[in-house]
Design a binder for this molecule. Structure first.
Ligand SMILES: C[S@@+](CC[C@H](N)C(=O)[O-])C[C@H]1O[C@@H](n2cnc3c(N)ncnc32)[C@H](O)[C@@H]1O
Length: 177
């Protein structure tokens, strides 16, 4: 896998999400929809819902994924996550990349994520490591804020990408016996 540029950053995250055929995936803060394209290819006849509070970004993501949108495999919502109508859907995976809301208190977005995660589902929060200490600080804050909503860190990952390293935290709801 190439380790240069935006696509390497998002390809790394796609690898960590490891979406499987048939899965339902939610991406929060999809930007121009580059990761949506990778997720849609991975889930096949599954579904991807992408949310971005910027109407301009949501329109770009829709354009980029036009065929999958028209086929009903991808839905793009132009709304902040807190206002997005997710239609009561549950997701096997939720992913957000470089969306500061997930490590900025009080982070009510975590309430939404915890509420839509299917049993056994996973959350991957990816971020660019722009300064020394960011990886530990962001990981700790994600763990704390998600932990307040009952999610626990199950893995961390990082890779050398350009211009900044890319890191991620994976979280799950503990299975209750
Ligand atoms: C830094 S960009 C990252 C875009 C893309 N994920 C990427 O990594 O290339 C953050 C994006 O998240 C969106 N965003 C930030 N907070 C959001 C929220 N609470 N709900 C939905 N979208 C949000 C912004 O509009 C922006 O498009």
């Amino acid at each position: 896998m190439s380790t240069r540029g935006t696509s390497a950053r998002l390809a790394s995250v796609a690898g960590w999400v490891a979406a499987a055929p048939g899965e339902r995936v939610l991406e929060v803060g999809c930007g121009a929809g580059v990761l949506v394209t990778e997720l849609a290819a991975a889930v096949g006849d599954g579904r991807v819902v992408a949310v971005d509070r910027s109407a301009r970004m949501a329109a770009a993501a829709t354009r980029r994924n036009r065929a999958a949108v028209d086929a009903g495999r991808v839905r793009v919502l132009a709304a902040p996550l807190l206002d997005a109508d997710l239609g009561g859907e549950r997701f096997d995976a939720v992913v957000a990349v470089d969306v500061r809301a997930f490590w900025t208190p009080p982070a009510p977005e975590w309430d939404v994520v915890a509420g839509v995660l299917a049993p056994g589902g996973r959350v991957v929060v990816g971020f660019s490591v722009m300064a020394d200490g960011d990886a530990g600080r962001v990981t700790a804050e994600v763990a704390r804020l998600a932990g307040e909503r009952g999610l626990v860190v199950t893995a961390t990952a990082d890779v050398s990408t350009v211009p900044f390293p890319t890191a991620a935290v994976e979280l799950r709801a503990p299975v209750r016996g």
